[in-house]
Design a binder for this molecule. Sequence first.
Ligand code: IDP
Ligand code: MG
Length: 153
Amino acid sequence: MERTLVLLKPDAVQRGLIGSIIKRLEDRGLRIVAAKFMKVSQDLAEQHYAVHKGKSFYTGLIEYIIASPVLAMVWEGPAAIAAVRQTMGATRPTEASPGSVRHDYGLEVGRNLTHASDGPETAIQEVALWFSDNELVDWQRDFDRWVFETVDD
Ligand code: IDP
Ligand code: MG
């Protein structure tokens, strides 16, 4: 079972798309582990996007993510990292597949609605950056065995 960090960025929150985007993750069968509605500090924004420091879009990206509250979440499931990236779609909405969040709700790369961890190592780092261990909820759903081939005890 993999865990991945998902951020519903300020544009998703301001546009009232929280429910629509969460529904897609729930419908897919992914299981929510944690959620926190929060204002993002400059420090957290810079840590989260440290890999992009120095790029042309970095300053705008930091301004975007701190401009208004975000919904930070952790979701889990088999291959959850790839599954969530696929549900969100390619970074540029005009390159995202029809049916993905970024395609269906977005137009511009600098307003692409969501963040999702891009690999196992970044997922572990990002979950730890945004959540403390006691905020991560271990739980089972009654229908898990009808979504997951292998169910943890
Ligand atoms: P990702 O969010 O799909 O992983 P990254 O390449 O990690 O994409 O970039 C992080 C975020 O930076 C993107 O989601 C997007 O909001 C923003 N971004 C990336 N490239 C550009 C750009 O060329 N112009 C403006 N913003 C960008
Ligand atoms: Mg990224």
